[in-house]
Design a protein around this ligand. Structure first.
Ligand SMILES: [Zn+2]
Ligand SMILES: [Zn+2]
Length: 310
């Protein structure tokens, strides 16, 4: 059973990282060394370098409190009607010859190197469920990609929901996909809860969903508990509920599969820092989106509530 809430109750700390960026080794504007230095100086704990179809040795860019992770962005052709895929490979060390590969063969090649695959910016790609549903073996989809806001197509929330509703569990990642030096840097990242800052620990936490994605707001606590709701006979009944605590935000939206969910808004001139969602409609999962006063969002991972949904 996937237990994303374990991140909020076990020992460890939160590490800030970006899993998608480019250097002059492909179409980015900074050298590899400068790209890592920029993120380290901005307070990040780790960065994955993902140049298009290139894999670089980044080991010299790690130090005691900053982790440089090698990776790539690969582009296998799309046999399902749409344009080529953009797939980030986290932690690969050999180039993957993707030019003629089936996308699932390319994802398998990432996994065979000990890496993990992220389906990138489906909205920007113009990808639909038809392009995404046949894919297998990936860890996450980019729920938000900052550089894609250059054409206004950074948010892929409904693509993620369609995969959760009709295919199965996968995580949502927010990334910069930094190519430049300002407009697409330090705007979207993951907060990963891990026992230590090591490649093995960060990868394992990503695999377990022990992270959230954000443009700024924070999930400070999430847990399942019980709560009382009115029943039909003017009494109360006790039901399970997802309870969360956040940094000050204007909106908290609980989203279950298909039509299930609830949005809570702050009243004029105030802010929300907590909310609760009773589980009343057989929700297979609930994920949470929060929005702060500047319109910046954060996305929790889906909390799976029903083993049959796995
Ligand atoms: Zn891309
Ligand atoms: Zn990219």
């Amino acid at each position: 059973m996937l237990d994303v809430l374990a991140a909020f109750r076990r020992p460890g700390r939160w590490y800030r990282g970006n899993v998608h960026c480019h250097s002059t080794a492909s179409d980015g504007r900074l050298s590899i060394t400068d790209r890592f230095a920029a993120y380290r100086d901005a307070g990040y704990d780790f960065l994955v370098l993902t140049d298009h179809r290139k894999v670089s040795d980044v080991s010299a860019c790690s130090d005691g409190d900053f982790l440089a992770i090698s990776g790539s962005e690969i582009h296998p052709p799309n046999p399902y009607g749409g344009d080529r895929y953009h797939i980030v490979a986290i932690n690969i060390h050999e180039r993957i010859p993707d030019e003629e590969m089936h996308p699932n063969e390319a994802i398998a090649a990432i996994l065979s190197q000990g890496g993990e695959a992220v389906i990138c910016h489906p909205y920007w790609c113009g990808h639909t469920f038809q392009d995404l549903a046949p894919l297998r073996g990936y860890l996450a989809v980019e729920v938000y990609n900052d550089t894609c806001m250059g054409i206004g197509r950074g948010y892929s929330e409904s693509h993620w929901d369609e995969l959760l509703d009709h295919v199965g569990p996968c995580w949502g990642m927010a990334t910069d996909d930094a190519h430049g030096t300002e407009h697409d840097c330090f705007h979207a990242w993951v907060m990963v809860h891990a026992p230590e800052l090591s490649l093995a620990a960060i990868l394992e936490s990503l695999r377990q969903g022990h992270f959230y994605s954000t443009q700024g707001p924070a999930f400070e606590h999430m847990e399942m508990r019980t709560t009382e709701v009115p029943d039909a006979d003017d009494g109360v009944r006790v039901v399970p509920a997802l309870a969360i605590r956040t940094s000050p935000v204007q909106a908290i939206c609980f989203m279950g599969h298909r039509w299930r969910g609830k949005r809570v808004l702050a009243s004029e001139g105030s802010a929300l820092v907590e909310a609760e969602y009773p589980i009343l409609n057989g929700e297979k999962y609930v994920r949470v989106e929060i929005v702060d006063e500047r319109g910046r969002k954060a996305w929790s991972q889906p909390v799976f509530l029903n083993a049959e949904s796995l």
